[in-house]
Every structure is written in structure tokens, then in C-alpha cells.
Design a binder for this molecule. Structure first.
Ligand SMILES: [Zn+2]
Length: 99
């Protein structure tokens, strides 16, 4: 189930990994790369994100929210899925199903 939450001015919906992969479509093969390349402000380096959850916002961007594998700091990575028209449409479909 997707819970609607407020995040700044954007609506943010919690989604499953499967839904994130569905939205990414053929780009889902990049998900592993994205997960291994998240910037950690404390490590000042690209790190692997662990224990993360997926969100989708109203712009169709998938957001990974988790912890740095090295130091445990909170890290967030936003993917620009919303810039892809087809991915954006699939994102809206996922959001609308859960409304
Ligand atoms: Zn770190």
C-alpha cells in the first residue's frame, strides 16, 4: 500500500521495489548502478545505499531513501524518471491506482 505523505510541497508516495522497477521500465537495469552510486555528505563520496525505501513524487521521480553503507548516515537519491514521458505515465498510473 502507498501512503500519501507531505514532503516539502510535493506529494510523496511510498512504493515497492517492484513498482519502482515497473516505472523505470527498460531502465530498471540501471537501478543497481543507482543504488551503488549515492552521494553521502558525511563520507564526501559516492556510496552504496542500504536499507532503503522507494518513493515516487508527483513529478514521477523515484526517490531512494536509506542509509550510507559506510557510515550509516541518512542518504537520499532522486532519479529523474519523471523526465522520461513513458516512465512518467507509468508513475501516474501507479499513483492513481493507490489513491
Ligand atoms: Zn557515509
Amino acid at each position: 500500500m502507498i501512503k500519501k505523505e507531505k514532503y516539502s510541497d510535493r506529494s510523496k508516495y511510498k512504493i515497492t521495489r517492484e513498482q519502482a522497477e515497473y516505472i523505470m521500465g527498460e531502465n530498471k537495469k540501471h537501478l543497481k548502478l543507482i543504488e551503488g552510486n549515492v552521494y553521502c555528505g558525511k563520507c564526501c563520496d559516492s556510496v552504496t545505499i542500504v536499507n532503503h525505501i522507494f518513493y515516487i513524487d508527483s513529478f514521477g521521480d523515484i526517490i531512494l531513501d536509506g542509509k550510507c553503507k559506510k557510515c550509516g548516515s541518512h542518504v537520499v537519491r532522486c532519479t529523474e524518471t519523471g523526465e522520461n514521458k513513458e516512465a512518467y505515465a507509468r508513475a501516474q498510473e501507479v499513483i492513481n491506482k493507490q489513491k
